[in-house]
Every structure is written in C-alpha cells, then in structure tokens.
Write a protein of this length. Structure first.
Length: 508
RNA sequence: GCUCGAUUCGUCUAACGGUUAGGACGAGAGAUUCUCAUUCUCUAAAUAGGAGUUCGAUUCUCCUAUCGAGUACCA
C-alpha cells in the first residue's frame, strides 16, 4: 500500500492530558513527520457526561509546549473540518442506520435500569452478563420486535440505541504493526452500542471508525488499552465495506507506575512527588496538579525522555533533538511491554539539556526569580557571568538561583561544620596574610589562583586549609566553584570586604 | 471469572538461533579538584520456571507462574 501517511491524535477532553497521552501524540507526530505525512488533532467529545471545560485548551497548549505541531485540527482547520466530534454529530446517525439496513446492527430499547437488573441477576447466579448473540433475540430489540413495533416505538420517542450485531463464532484475523498477528473468536465479544438516541451521539467505536475513514487516516497509533476492541473495529470496517482503505494499527505499550502496580494514572503525580502532566492543571473542581513545564523541565528534555520510554533507536544514542527523533523514529523499534516511568532518568535528561543551554538564556530565565526570591536586581550580563560559573551543577533553572546566591549576597552566617574544620588559629593567620597579598593585586581574576598557589608553595602552607578558609570567609560555606572565579565575579573590593567581615564576625 | 497481551540487571533497554548477554539511569569504589558539584575510570547487578524443536536457544513451540489491559448507552 502506497498511500499518503495520515495519522491522528484523538484525545477526549475529560481532563488533563497525562504523559501517556503525550507520548501517544508524540509517536503519532514522529511517525507522520518521518513519512512526510499529516498529523491531525481530533477531539473526541462524544461523552457529554464526562466533558471537562478547559481540557481541550489544555491539550492544545500541551502539544504546543512540546513542539508538536498540528497540520489539521480544531484551530488549524483543514479539508475534513470540523475536527471536534460534537460538531460532526449529524453525520454519524446515517452510518449507524446503514449498518442496521445491512443487517450488521440493530435497535435496542432496553433501559439502563433493565440492563442493571439483568447484570445483577447474572451475578447472583455466578455468571457474567454479556449483551450478545445468546440474548439479543430475547431482549427488547429490533431482532425480536416486529418492524412495525420498532417503528412505532421510535416514533413515539422511546429511548433507543443501535448495537453492533457481533457475529457468532467467527475468528477475526488481525495484524498489528507492533504486536504481529492476533486471532480472536467473536463469541467472546459482545454487541457494543454504536449510537444512542438519548443524546443523539455516537459512541467511541462508531465515531472513531467513521471519522478515521472520512479523514483518510492511514495508521492508527494508540494505547494498548484499545487492543481488546480491535476486532470490533475490524468488523466495522468490513461491515461498512471499507476494508480496502482500512488503516493499519499499532498498539503502544502502556506507561506504568514508578512503584507498585498498574498503569500510570492521573493521581500518581502527587503521590510520588513528580508530575504526570506536561503543564500545571487547574481542574474546574479546584484541584491542581503540577506540570513538567512549571517544575522547570525543558520541552526538549521532556520529549526526549518520553520518546525513549517504549522506543529505542537501536543505537546507543540517548540525546535526541526533535528533528533527530523524526529522522530515526520507526514503529518496529517500539517495544511490546509496558514501561515504568523513572523520575531520576527524567531529571538526568533535564540536566543534560540545561548543560547545553547557553548561559545567557538561562540567565534570562532566572532574572525574575533572582529578584523575587533573593531580592537581587542585576543585569543580564552579570547574571550570565554568574550562571556560566555554576550551570553544570544544576538540574533545573530554579537550582541556579540558589547556586548563584552567594555571588550576589555576602554571607551573614558561616556554616558551623566548616568553621570547626577550617577556622583554626593558624589558618586565620594565613588568611590575614593572604588578604594582604590579594590587596596588592591590581584585580582578582581566575589567574590570581596561580599567584596564591605560588605563595602557598613558597611558604610550604597547605593549599586545602588556606583555600577553604578563604572560601568560608567569602561564601560562608565550603562548596561551590573555583574561589578565584567567584572573586573575579564579585571583584577585589567585595572580596576583601567579605574577608574583613568574616575575620571580625567569626573571630579567631 | 472470561478474553487478549506482556515477561533480559532495581529501572529504561540492546542482542531479530552461535556475544565473556552490551549501553544508559540509579547504587558502590577510586581518580581529578582549594571545597561541593561536574568529569573520568572501575565494580556489583538480568534472560520468571519447566518441557520440547535444534549441533546450538534470551531469541521458535507448548505448559505453568507473575504482571498488565479489556470485559459500560467512557474514551
């Protein structure tokens, strides 16, 4: 088959999109771009009960943040508009009726209460109720009722649904790009509802197949939770006579919880202390959940991490730009088993991305944070200089704020342990000598270290003791990058001043 | 319960019948360093179990176990 690649991401707006959904969108996107095809966003809002305001906008903003661009969608438009199923509701009934006419579906008039009662009855007998070939001619369906009766009921406004007439004892042979050949016997399947008169809306199964057909979708890439309904979908394509243009299917492995069992769910984020959503989510009911963007993840790192969860390039490369992902991605490298999400790995990816982000960009990000959190107002140039000194120690931009703190703010307290370790009388004497030496220098710069080193060596002092005492005096702690690098940043006068303050405050 | 799917170091994974079963995260040790971090080097760590097929199984088949998904007038 040599048709144009067209894929769709078809979420339903029932809440925030979690990272499993983002990954599905990403794989669809990568597949489309790799093959020079189209990526379509279709909103499947056929469940009026579960609709959540804001979810749709959230989905689009998430994809945008991730750098996943949409070719056809509710904002972008396209030849198959509208792309929101609630706006396409008129088109589905006809297809459902066609199926009834061709004998592949039927009307059913059972109420929700009747079905509940039936399920309960079966349960009491230790059986499971299935709406299938065994019961459909006994229940209130167009298979049992006369044509006139059916017509009359519909006309007088009885509530009805159209159900698919699942064949009895037929083996459906299916191929999945990721899972290979699958056979399933239809006797284990039930008669799914395709259309409901109550809200004049199709269910997922009907809307999905009809729209994929109408939108000329070539490949359906979706989560593994859909695998059990694949035979129904195959049969629907057959019943409609669309076998020749039926898309190929690829069912992705699920994303699992980091600990314990089960697939990743929307509530896991707060429990494990990491986000499961790309963006901060404020639900209409007042709950909030943290997002990768707000936690300080770079979109590239987030996408990179997600891409490798269930797919690998077959090489040992781990860092990929979006373009590299597009170039290398292929469905046959997608794994079959569920992947457990690792927060540590996510952080590692972010640190890698932070390291290669220009200092000036990072400085621009933290400039407002410096003001807000430390009360420090400085220039982009100063912040850039400070950032370049410490950026390889950070995982998130927000880490930079703390790391850079002592470059802008003189210490007022001195770490007790370090004082005990380094603030010894002889070290204090050496510090005074070193202060005099530094005072003689025209300026402090990175190379001043050589001057200090030569001085230490000529006096047969201990470099470790002296430098740490100096560091403690200037920073209040015994950590951080090269002390003369910091000295160059804060300047000679400030460095000397800090030494004087320390000598006075810590005493001898 | 039934149906389908999955199973390689703790985690993500490579090896598409023949390797000392490789890499990454994390962990541990060491080196470098004025400290901390980075970086570098090294170490520990896996084919769920059992039968087959084969000269040879991580890889193919079957059984068992475990995990997962589905079993809605939800997607």
């Amino acid at each position: 088959m040599n048709r144009r690649v067209r894929v769709r991401f078809a979420p339903s707006p029932t809440g925030a999109l979690h990272i499993g959904g983002v990954r599905t969108a990403l794989y669809n996107y990568l597949f489309a771009r790799h093959h020079g095809g189209d990526f379509i966003l279709r909103i499947e809002d056929t469940d009026s009960q579960r609709f959540v305001p804001g979810a749709e906008a959230y989905i689009m903003e998430s994809l945008k943040w991730c750098g996943i661009t949409i070719d056809e969608g509710i904002q972008e438009g396209g030849p198959h508009a509208p792309y929101r199923q609630s706006e396409r509701k008129e088109i589905y009934l006809k297809y459902a009726q066609d199926l009834v006419a061709s004998g592949n579906a039927y009307y059913a008039f059972d109420t929700a209460e009747q079905l509940d009662a039936l399920r309960k009855q079966y349960e009491e007998r230790g059986e499971t109720f299935a709406y299938n070939y065994a019961v459909r001619t006994q229940l209130e369906t167009s298979l049992k009722l006369s044509a006139d009766e059916v017509k009359a009921r519909i006309e007088r406004g009885d509530v009805w649904v159209i159900r698919f007439k699942m064949p009895e004892n037929r083996n459906v042979e299916m191929d999945d790009i990721i899972r290979g050949h699958i056979t399933i016997n239809t006797s284990t399947l039930d008669d799914k509802v395709l259309y409901k008169s109550a809200d004049a809306l199709p269910t997922y199964h009907l809307a999905n197949i009809v729209d994929d057909h109408l939108m000329e979708i070539s490949h359906v890439i979706r989560g593994e939770e859909w695998l059990p309904s694949l035979p129904l979908h195959f049969l629907l394509y057959e019943a409609f006579g669309w076998k020749d243009t039926q898309p190929e299917f690829a069912h992705l492995p699920l994303l699992l919880k980091p600990q314990g069992q089960g697939k990743l769910s929307k509530r896991d984020g707060d429990k494990f202390g990491f986000p499961v959503f790309p963006l901060l989510w404020n639900s209409p009911t007042g709950e909030t959940a943290m997002g990768y963007r707000e936690e300080g993840y770079f979109p590239g790192a987030f996408i990179n991490m997600l891409a490798l969860l269930g797919w690998n390039p077959g090489t040992e490369q781990e860092i990929f730009s979006m373009q590299e992902l597009i170039d290398t991605f292929s469905l046959d490298k997608v794994s079959k088993s569920g992947a457990r999400f690792s927060h540590d790995k996510a952080k590692w990816f972010n640190a890698q991305y932070l390291k290669v982000t220009p200092s000036e960009e990072l400085a621009a990000i933290i400039l407002p944070m410096l003001k807000e959190q430390l009360g420090v107002e400085t220039t982009l140039e100063r912040a850039t200089a400070a950032v370049s000194l410490i950026k390889e120690r950070a995982t998130f931009p927000k880490d930079l704020v703390e790391l850079v703190r002592y470059m802008f703010i003189a210490p007022t307290e001195y770490d007790e342990k370090s004082v005990a370790k380094f603030w010894k009388p002889e070290n204090v004497e050496r510090l005074k000598e070193l202060r005099a030496l530094l005072a003689e220098q025209p300026e402090i710069k990175a190379e001043t270290e050589t001057v200090a080193h030569d001085w230490v060596v000529s006096h047969e002092y201990s470099m470790g003791q002296i430098m740490n005492t100096l560091r403690l005096a200037v920073l209040g702690v015994s950590q951080g990058p090269s002390i003369f690098g910091i000295g160059a940043f804060i300047g000679k006068d400030e460095m000397l001043r800090r030494i004087d303050v320390a000598l006075e405050k810590v005493g001898k």
